[in-house]
Each structure stands twice: as structure tokens, then as C-alpha cells.
Design a protein around this ligand. Structure first.
Ligand code: ADP
Ligand code: MG
Ligand code: MG
Length: 488
């Protein structure tokens, strides 16, 4: 199997030394996470799970992914502002999925009242895998041969709480060190610089400037306890580096309803501080709304004059159903008139299929029941750990035959990504050389209104790597490790 480590035999003693030093490096660089036992406090912290070595990515693939980010930002921005498209795409989902319906009701309510703040801020992340399906049986190929065949396939597009920008930035230095220690041949450009937290925070600062009140703060809506709090702290630090005069406040969704208020012009206040930008790192999961109080806080924020990241229509545009609807013939073209541009976007789409209760949905469900290994069944959820695979697909879709609940799911072609070998460093787990697969994320920022785009940027990358055969992803869920690309 072609991997980065091929050819460089690392002796056991040397390996243990590299692992120990890599952990120290991760700690001093700030690739940190609170512990599972103590997620509410930073008294004891640990390194985030990470790969000992970077994973190989063809340069052309990373460039391709980065090169289309601005088009994707714009596409999702336009989708979010197209009421007719949102309604048509989501109407069957909101009949059966309570969470999406509650978001939808907020969207409608704000629309009917009249939008106070037309500007939205998007801090997005577009996730891909390197599909090598066509090479499955070819184990004797070199790295560059596999690389040439690898195709970029989109897994999903995140419009809310795109995380790990801070922690992954801290990993680059660790991998420069481990590559050197393992005597892996490498030029400077093969381990590209990456500071996505800075890129995202430039977006937050631009939005704050646009709001136009020097005394107003940026509010991070962040859970308590929050195990990934230090990734938020990275973002806070980058804002501080850009402009020390901006105050960052933290509050969780349950406390907001009693601590915030709306002024006469719908200015949003937390205690007595005016809020210019609300940055949601919580609010993407039904678990974050345990009572009506959280929903009413969310509604009031949406009604307010503060710039929201994301605003409710961005969050709706990020649902799995919208991504499946965009995969329909002609759907991208509704938003992107340039044919070449639309084709570039389409080129990374994997097959996605509706499960609405109609003949088309019946056919799709039947195909998946007969070939469950070829698909992933996705509900309208974020944060990892929610999808269904293999026999579960068979069972669920058989149960949901003739049940309108089926429309709350979408079906996606399963991607078989490039298998490499690496050591995953997760606290309390054995560290050995095993087969792994990676997911690449590209961060993007956009600021704009329905009629005008004010800023649109690509903002860096993320890699997450997990053992081969583990279906789900996510670092918070414990499946994946942070990683960086080694370009070939
Ligand atoms: P979430 O919003 O919960 O992160 P994703 O669509 O990213 O949902 O799915 C979670 C994980 O499931 C991904 O990180 C990836 O590991 C795996 N996954 C999702 N879609 C596919 C697919 N089409 N093929 C293979 N794996 C997938
Ligand atoms: Mg997601
Ligand atoms: Mg995901």
C-alpha cells in the first residue's frame, strides 16, 4: 500500500520517542482539549486526538478544493436567500422533522416581521474525501499513481459552528517536527502553512466593523460544559490579535433568555453590552434546545439588529436535504449562471437521493435496501454520530416504507476514500500503525445581503483522519483525529 511511511522504517525505540515529543509539541502549540471527565473546566486539559504524521494529499486536489471554495460560499449564500427554493426543498422535511421545523418557524417569523439586519456572516466548512473507488483492488500502486486517480468528493457543507480551525492551526508545527524526526523527505511546500482561525476571525472582525459601533461586542454562544472550548479560545485570541479593542463575551443558549434584551431599534444587549455579532458554536443540535426558553432566545437573536453567524436562513441552507436537492439536475444552475463555474461545483458532488414519499423516493429506498453497503442514510442533523450504515439502512428503510417520516432523511452514495497508514494518538488507546482514511475540510467566509456580497474568501483547511472501517466521523465524537496534508 502506498503511504507516506513507506520506505522509512522507524525503529520501535525511536517511534516511542517521536510519539512522546509529538505529544509535548501538541501541548505547547495549543492543540488542546478539555477532558471527557472534566469538560467544563480547563484545570486539567489534554492534547486533542491527532495523527502522528500528516496524510498524503495530491497538491492538485487541495488546490482544487480551495479553488472552488468561493464559488461554494456564493452558492450557499444565494441558496439561503432564495425563499422559494428553501420552501420547495424543505416542505416535506418540516412536516416530519421537529428540529428543522422549529428553525423554519423562526425563519418565517422573522421574514414576516421584516428583517432588521440584512447582512449575514457565514463561516463555512466544505468537507471532502479523496475517492479512490476505481483503484480499490490495486495495492501495488505508488503514491503518485494513487494520487492521480484520487477524486475529490464532497461529504457535506457546514454552515454553522464549523470547528477545529484553531486546534488544526496548532498542529502544523507538530507535523513539521515528526516528519523531520522520522527522516521523511520533505520540502517546505509539502507541509503548507495554515491558519484557518485567523481567516475565520477576519470574517468576524469585518462583520463587527460593518455593524459600526465601537462599543459593541462579539458574542460567542457556547455550551456549558464545552469540551472543545479551547478551539473557541483560539478564535477569541485571533480576534484579539487583529483588534484588541473588540470585546468577546461568552454565553450559553439556556442563560441567554434571561440575560439578553432587545432595545427599541432591536439592538441586542447581553446585560448592558450591545452585541454587534452573534457567533453560534451551539444551536445546531436539538440537544441544545432543551426547553422553549432556548428557542425563544434564538428567535429574539434572529429578530435583532446584530449580525448573526449564521443567520437562520444560512443554517437552513446547510441542512442535508438542501445539499441533496442541490445535487438534482439543473439545481446548481439556478444559482450559478456561468456553465463552467456550475460544472466545477458539480464535479465534486457524490450521488444524493431524495427519500420523499413518492415513486422516486420509493425507488431510491428500494435500491438502498438491496445494496445498503453502497449508501449512507442521513437525517437532518449536525455534529457527527447521526448517520446510518449497512444493515441499519435496510432495517430503517424497511420500517419507514409508506411512512412520511422517511422524508426527513436523505440517501447518499458511500465514498470509499484513499486508504493510508498512520498512527492515531488518542488518550488511553493503543498507538499502532493502522489503515486510516481522511476527510479534508476547506473553510470559507462570506459577508453579504440578499443583493450584495461584501466579502468572500477561502480561509484555510482542516484534515481529520480515522481508522478504516469506522463509518462515522468527527473529532468531538471520538472517531477522528486532527491531521494535516502532506502534499505530493
Ligand atoms: P455531520 O454533519 O454530522 O458531520 P456528515 O455528513 O459529515 O454529518 O457525516 C458524518 C461522517 O460520516 C463524515 O465525517 C464521514 O466520516 C461519514 N460520511 C458521511 N457521508 C459519507 C459518504 N457519503 N461516504 C462515506 N462516509 C461518509
Ligand atoms: Mg456537518
Ligand atoms: Mg461532517
Amino acid at each position: 500500500m502506498a503511504t507516506l511511511l513507506e520506505g522509512s522504517k522507524i525503529e520501535e525505540k525511536n517511534l516511542q520517542e517521536i510519539i512522546a515529543s509529538a505529544i509535548d509539541r501538541a501541548l505547547i502549540n495549543g492543540a488542546l482539549m478539555r477532558t471527557k471527565e472534566n469538560p467544563g473546566s480547563s484545570t486539567v486539559v489534554n492534547h486533542a486526538p491527532f495523527t502522528l504524521f500528516p496524510s498524503v494529499v495530491p497538491q492538485s486536489l487541495l488546490e482544487h478544493a480551495k479553488g472552488i471554495q468561493k464559488s461554494f460560499n456564493l452558492l450557499m449564500h444565494r441558496v439561503a436567500h432564495d425563499h422559494q427554493f428553501l420552501e420547495q426543498a424543505l416542505h416535506n422535511v418540516i412536516k416530519v422533522d421537529d428540529f428543522t421545523r422549529q428553525l423554519w418557524e423562526i425563519y418565517i417569523s422573522v421574514r414576516e416581521e421584516g428583517i432588521t439586519q440584512p447582512v449575514s456572516l457565514g463561516l463555512f466548512r466544505n468537507d471532502f474525501m479523496m475517492d479512490t473507488k476505481k483503484m480499490e483492488k490495486n495495492n501495488d500502486c505508488s503514491l503518485s499513481q494513487v494520487g492521480e486517480h484520487a477524486k475529490l468528493k464532497q461529504i457535506e457543507f457546514n454552515t454553522i459552528a464549523s470547528s477545529f480551525a484553531g486546534l488544526v492551526g496548532a498542529l502544523s508545527d507538530v507535523h513539521r517536527y515528526t516528519v523531520k524526526k522520522a527522516k521523511i523527505k520533505c520540502t517546505k511546500n509539502q507541509l503548507p502553512r495554515n491558519d484557518p482561525a485567523l481567516g475565520l476571525c477576519q470574517g468576524l472582525v469585518k462583520a463587527w466593523q460593518h455593524y459600526g459601533n465601537k462599543n459593541a461586542a462579539i458574542l460567542f454562544v457556547s455550551s456549558i460544559p464545552e469540551r472543545n472550548r479551547l478551539d473557541h479560545t483560539w478564535m477569541e485570541k485571533k480576534i484579539f490579535d487583529l483588534d484588541q479593542s473588540i470585546d468577546v463575551l461568552y454565553c450559553n443558549l439556556p442563560s441567554l433568555s434571561s440575560l439578553m434584551s432587545l432595545g427599541r431599534d432591536k439592538a441586542l444587549f447581553l446585560n448592558n453590552t450591545e452585541i454587534a455579532v452573534v457567533y453560534f458554536r451551539e444551536g445546531y443540535s436539538p440537544d441544545h434546545y432543551s426547553s422553549q426558553k432556548e428557542w425563544s432566545a434564538r428567535l429574539d437573536i434572529e429578530r435583532s439588529k446584530a449580525i448573526k453567524c449564521p443567520s437562520i436562513h444560512y443554517q437552513l441552507a446547510g441542512t442535508k436535504k438542501i445539499q441533496q436537492e442541490l445535487a438534482r439536475e439543473g439545481a446548481v444552475e439556478r444559482f450559478v449562471s456561468d456553465e463552467k463555474e456550475a460544472a466545477k461545483i458539480r464535479s465534486v458532488f457524490a450521488g444524493q437521493y431524495s427519500l420523499d414519499l413518492d415513486p422516486d423516493g420509493d425507488r431510491n429506498a428500494e435500491t438502498a435496501i438491496n445494496n445498503p453497503g453502497d449508501y449512507v442514510l442521513k437525517p437532518q442533523r449536525e455534529g457527527g454520530g447521526n448517520n446510518h450504515y449497512d444493515d441499519e439502512i435496510k432495517t430503517l428503510l424497511t420500517e419507514l416504507k409508506d411512512d412520511k417520516m422517511r422524508a426527513g432523511y436523505i440517501l447518499m452514495e458511500k465514498i470509499y476514500p484513499w486508504v493510508q497508514k498512520n498512527y492515531l494518538i488518542k488518550t488511553g488507546e493503543t498507538i499502532d500503525l493502522r489503515e486510516v482514511v481522511s476527510e479534508i475540510g476547506i473553510y470559507g467566509t462570506i459577508i453579504g445581503t440578499a443583493d450584495e456580497v461584501i466579502e468572500n474568501h477561502e480561509a484555510g483547511h482542516l484534515m481529520r483522519t480515522k481508522y478504516l472501517g469506522v463509518n462515522e466521523g468527527g473529532v468531538n465524537t471520538g472517531f477522528s483525529c486532527l491531521d494535516t496534508p502532506f502534499l505530493i
